[in-house]
Design a protein around this ligand. Structure first.
Ligand code: UDP
Ligand code: MG
Length: 139
């Protein structure tokens, strides 16, 4: 059953470049309600666990290093059809392929440093949200 929630991280590149406000504005304008949000930093072991599904991929080491390199903003977002609509809002993984007006087209610089994470299914949205937030932090 669709939960109408997705999970996102504004990645270390977005925080470093001062894009938090601009990206949140796009998320807000697209009709998402913020159900949980915090600035945090993943340890190497956090990032390894979060991206365990990619552990056999050639980019895993770089991804773990990058995602633990600085603070992120983690959030749970709510909207009808949240997972799919948020993937549309962020655009393709590689910003070079991302549609005009998408968050990755506007704010990402490369395939690795691509500004934002977006869950790929309701199941993963729930797992990823629970990775970062306790029940008392979700509203
Ligand atoms: N990634 C990368 N190189 C690749 C594919 C992915 O560095 O060839 C990174 C990128 O930061 C991406 C993350 O790994 O956002 C997770 O990959 P996935 O295929 O799940 O892309 P996403 O769901 O983020 O679009
Ligand atoms: Mg993914």
């Amino acid at each position: 059953m669709a939960t109408n929630r997705t999970f996102t991280m504004l990645k270390p590149d977005s925080v470093e470049k001062g894009y938090i406000g601009a990206i949140l504005e796009k998320i807000n304008a697209a009709g998402f309600r913020i159900a949980a949000m915090k600035m945090t930093q993943m340890t190497v072991s956090d990032a390894k666990a979060f991206y365990a599904v990619h552990s056999e991929r050639p980019f895993y080491g770089e991804l773990v290093e990058f995602m633990s390199s600085g603070p992120i903003v983690a959030a749970i977002l709510e909207k009808n059809n949240a997972v799919e609509d948020f993937r549309v809002l962020i655009g393709a993984t590689n910003p070079a392929d991302a549609a005009e007006g998408t968050i990755r087209k506007l704010f990402a610089s490369s395939m690795g440093e691509n500004a934002v994470h977006g869950s790929d299914s309701d199941e993963n949205a729930a797992i990823e949200g629970a990775f970062h937030f306790s029940g008392r932090e979700i509203f």
